[in-house]
Ligand binder design. Structure first.
Ligand code: PLP
Length: 430
């Protein structure tokens, strides 16, 4: 029976899988295999020629990954997805699937530090130029683009500033220029559906909220199937010109019978084949378990973070709370435009006592984990000025939103009394 629900709570439990046809197993099996038996030589040849879809080798596809890919595709209202070994692999593939040496792409400055390094340094070594622009100004994406620009990239809710990205405004401009908008939606799955606002491709670090248990590293690229690669063919030679590494396939032509999935098929059969950042079947299984409760968890994360933001705002040692639901003006309008049912788990606050108070506060926490992570079911905290951002100059720290006394929290699912008790006793020492 096909489940055609549009509701996230149902999709995460039912999309892409009912039960194993031979054993009746309801849980998705962990297909811990490297390879798949071909029926005969014709079958093998058809699979390699992509004239028939099926499993070849787990570096390129796997039935456990496939269920996860189908579920996240359904959750986002996309056309197809590709699981990767990490969020970093997903961001890398998302850009490299369109850019080659000599090309450029335009990206928001407000990025996870690992993505910043990937774009500013590592992709540069491959001859791909990242052009950084201020996300507060959507037109800046247009001004930074030229005929070698292959895509635009941004995060939905980048920390530490937690200023929601104007997806709708930038996606409309991207349509005018003829480039796809790639959104990293790691911080707010379910709460924001970037395709509903016009984005074309989504990337995730599934390591965070989608997993939720903090057990596995993984990533996902989701293709909306909405971008018209052929209309802007000259800009996308990797998709619209014969591909020498796949006996001259033109991806926009070759995969037409499968639907609008040229982008994701190329990512799978070229980048995943050659660079090999596959998600392990075990991790795919772990993410399927996490995904089942994602809509429920995002609601509780959001409710708990809202309560913490409210409580912190009244605390005498707190200078300022940085939280989308506490912002005013344009920042608040942007948050309300893209986030539904809550503002997510993340919030920051500045301590009046500066860097030393920030360190004292972190060292005093008993229940909160002091880790460089977000999105776990447990509450997490970090003092960026002395850790993740410590190598930056003071000016660069401020530009990224990290003041000396800034503390970042990822609020978990514990009981509110316990969350506030831990924050309260640590603030006493700050
Ligand atoms: N994108 C965002 C917003 C992140 O926070 C992270 C990791 O912290 C990544 C991407 C990278 O993901 P991963 O650690 O799974 O490679």
């Amino acid at each position: 029976m096909a489940i055609n629900s549009k509701n996230p709570e149902t999709i995460v439990l039912h999309a892409g899988w009912r039960a194993d046809p031979t054993t009746g197993s309801v849980a998705v099996p962990i297909h811990q295999t490297t390879s798949y038996l071909f029926r005969d030589t014709d079958h093998a040849a058809n699979l390699f020629a992509l004239s028939e879809m099926g499993n070849i080798y787990t570096r390129i596809m796997n039935p456990t990954q496939d269920v996860l890919e189908q579920r996240i595709t359904a959750l986002e209202g996309g056309a197809a997805a590709l699981a990767t070994s990490s969020g970093q692999a997903a961001s890398t593939f998302a850009v490299m699937n369109l850019c080659q040496a000599g090309d450029n792409f335009v990206t928001s400055t407000d990025l996870y530090g690992g993505t910043w390094n990937l774009f500013a340094n590592t992709l540069k070594q491959f001859g791909i130029e990242a052009r950084f622009v201020d996300p507060a100004d959507p037109e800046a994406f247009v001004r930074a683009s030229d005929d070698k620009t292959r895509c635009w990239y941004a995060e939905t809710l980048p920390n530490p500033k937690l200023q929601a990205f104007p997806i709708k405004e930038v996606a409309a401009l991207a349509e005018q220029i003829g480039v796809p908008l790639i959104m990293d939606n790691t911080a707010c799955p379910v709460l924001c559906k970037p395709f509903d606002h016009g984005a074309h491709i989504i990337v995730y670090s599934t390591t965070k909220f989608i997993g939720g248990h903090g057990t596995s590293i993984g990533g996902m690229i989701v293709d909306s199937g909405k971008f018209d690669w052929e209309k802007h063919g000259a800009r996308f030679p990797l998709l619209t010109q014969p591909d020498a590494s796949y006996h001259g396939a033109v991806w926009t032509e070759a995969v037409k019978p499968l639907g609008p999935v040229a982008y994701i098929i190329r990512a799978r059969v070229i980048l995943q084949r050659d660079l090999g950042s596959a998600m392990s079947p075990m991790n795919a299984f772990q993410f399927i378990q996490g995904l089942e409760t994602l809509p429920l968890r995002m609601r509780v994360h959001s409710d708990n973070a809202a309560a913490v933001a409210h409580w912190l705002a009244k605390h005498p040692k707190v200078e300022k709370v940085i939280y989308p639901g506490a912002m005013q003006g344009e920042s608040r309008r942007r948050a309300n435009a893209i986030l539904k049912h809550g503002y997510g788990a993340l919030l920051g606050f500045e301590l009046k006592g500066g860097a030393e108070a920030g360190k004292r506060f972190i060292n005093k926490l008993e229940m909160f984990y002091h880790v460089a992570n977000i999105g776990d079911s447990r509450s997490l905290a970090i003092h960026p000025a002395s850790t993740t951002h410590s190598q930056l100059s003071d000016a660069d720290k401020l530009a990224t939103g990290v003041t000396p006394g800034y503390v970042r929290l990822s609020i978990g699912l514990e009981h509110m009394d316990d969350i506030l008790a831990d924050l309260s006793q640590a603030l006493d020492a700050a």
